[in-house]
Design a protein around this ligand. Structure first.
Ligand code: ATP
Ligand code: MG
Ligand code: MG
Ligand code: MG
Length: 462
């Protein structure tokens, strides 16, 4: 007899047949005549109810069927009398595959706070909440690959260990095999990285973009989807030290087309989740955030508002709302400003463009005015920045001038400059933080709760 998943059983039309189901016991309750065992196997939010008659299963036979234990149940799939479920399994045989001491099992209590669950991150997936989050996370990852595949993009793998720190200076994790106690030193006393594994200083990547640009200048339309690392000391609900980023890069695209792609992409992903994760999203909506489904439709149903950074600053300056941080032309916007524009002012997702060059990266294409660059940030309700992107500077002279101005070492990026030396072309791309997307779609309030093993300052316990 082949195992059926709970998901298969709950959607089955074929009743009164023998089935085999395996999973973890969520609860057991009942009376001296009959016991009801709720079993979940992760395939779906809902449990299957297993009915065990006391005649066949006296208390002694069920003593190890406790919350958290793992069971295999053979029985008959029948229509259920209970409300809220259509089918149940009448048990013929119950095998305990793995016992779980009810006194010690950490998920015994009905409601455990999200903060506490973070401390037992390895067990979180067994809760309804994290089961739902992880299934939505999976669906979104799949939808991302599906979207790009259907639109002619190639998936390119960029390196995780990089030999340059041009982009993330100051927030990169160093990769080294040198002994921390007595590392080799050069004549002037500094650590001699020529003795290191790669013969030079290396770091964990903060973005796959620069390598992605090279690939786009050969394959046309590409994307990366991989882990990125930032040692920024940001103890916020929106930042992780290890997060996944999706970075499409398209040759011949300019800023306008980059915005079109970002908007269509995000709307497609949210639409996919609404269609494929209806149960999990309804649960999250009910449990944590009654406005979740409304917000998801808000993104799918509204064309994104596009405006320049300069226009946004004017709006923010004349806003009645008091901000914690004042806004002035030339400063980067905080999430409170971004959310004001989306939630209060436009009541639409927003794409802000043409930021001052001082607050953006060296590779963004300079505007004619020489003060702003062709950057774009996509801002979402409840989140703020979800995407950061730009049209890239394709001109060798202008790019190297910008690098000099911003003290970006050109020798380290000589390989990157080859794109501009040999057959340069306009191109554009962006980075979508995967966890920000999952955060938005699940309605969770902390980014630490949408990745299985979150990494943040002072936390790498697992
Ligand atoms: P923020 O302003 O929120 O710090 P950023 O401008 O530094 O973000 P980018 O370098 O533009 O981030 O990276 C592209 C995208 O990656 C961001 O729009 C965001 O969705 C995501 N992202 C950036 N930093 C983090 C982080 N520490 N944790 C999770 N996601 C992040
Ligand atoms: Mg940042
Ligand atoms: Mg930003
Ligand atoms: Mg950004």
């Amino acid at each position: 007899l082949k195992r059926s998943t709970v998901q298969q059983l709950l959607s089955s039309q074929e009743l009164d047949r023998e089935v085999l189901v395996k999973g973890w016991v969520r609860t057991r309750r009942g009376n001296k005549y009959v016991q009801f065992i709720a079993v979940n196997d992760g395939s779906i939010l809902h449990n299957i109810q297993v009915v065990a008659d006391a005649e066949k299963f006296p208390e002694e036979a069920l003593k190890d069927v406790t919350t958290g234990s793992c069971v295999a149940i053979r029985g008959k799939l029948v229509a259920s009398q209970g409300k809220g479920q259509t089918v149940e399994v009448q048990a013929a045989e119950i095998t305990v595959l793995g016992k779980s001491d009810p006194e010690a099992y950490p998920l015994q209590k009905k409601a455990t706070s999200l903060e506490h669950l973070r401390e037992i991150a390895h067990l979180r997936p067994r809760t309804n909440t994290f089961g739902a989050v992880l299934r939505v996370r999976h669906a979104l990852a799949f939808a991302i690959h599906d979207y790009f595949n259907k639109n002619g993009f190639f998936y390119v793998h960029t390196p995780i260990i990089t030999g340059s720190d041009a982009e993330g200076a100051g927030q990169m994790f160093r990769v080294t095999t040198l002994p921390p106690e007595h590392p080799p030193r050069t004549a002037d006393g500094s650590v001699d990285f020529s003795e290191d594994f790669f013969g030079k200083q290396t770091n964990l990547t903060v973005s796959g973009q620069l390598e992605g640009e090279l690939a786009a200048m050969a394959l046309g339309s590409i994307y990366t989807f991989g882990p990125t690392f930032r040692a920024e000391n940001s103890n916020t609900a929106r930042h992780l030290a290890e997060f996944w980023m999706i970075e499409p890069e398209v040759a011949f695209n300019e800023l306008e087309e980059n915005m079109d792609l970002a908007e269509d992409f995000l709307q497609s992903l949210v639409r996919y989740a609404l269609e494929h994760c209806a149960d999990d999203l309804a649960f999250l909506n009910e449990q944590y955030d009654k406005e979740l489904l409304g917000r998801l439709h808000f993104v799918v149903d509204n064309a994104f508002q596009r405006l320049t950074y300069t226009e946004a600053v004017e709006i923010l300056k004349s806003a009645k709302q008091k901000f914690e941080f004042p806004v002035d032309w030339g400063t980067d916007l905080q999430s409170e400003h971004e959310r004001y524009l989306v939630e209060k002012h436009f009541k639409k997702p927003v794409i802000l463009t043409n930021y001052p060059k001082e607050i953006k990266a060296f590779y963004m294409k300079l505007d004619e005015d020489g003060r702003t660059v062709r950057a774009m940030d996509v801002l979402f309700p409840g989140i703020g920045e979800i995407i950061g992107g730009s049209q890239r500077e394709e001109d060798y002279e202008k790019l190297t001038t910008r690098m000099a101005e911003m003290h970006v070492p050109t020798d380290e990026l000589d390989w990157y400059l080859d794109t501009r030396r040999f057959g340069t072309a306009p191109h554009a791309g962006f980075g979508l933080g995967f966890e920000r997307l999952v955060l938005f779609v699940t309605g969770m309030s902390n980014i630490r709760d949408v990745i299985p093993f979150p990494r943040y300052p002072k936390n790498a316990a697992f």
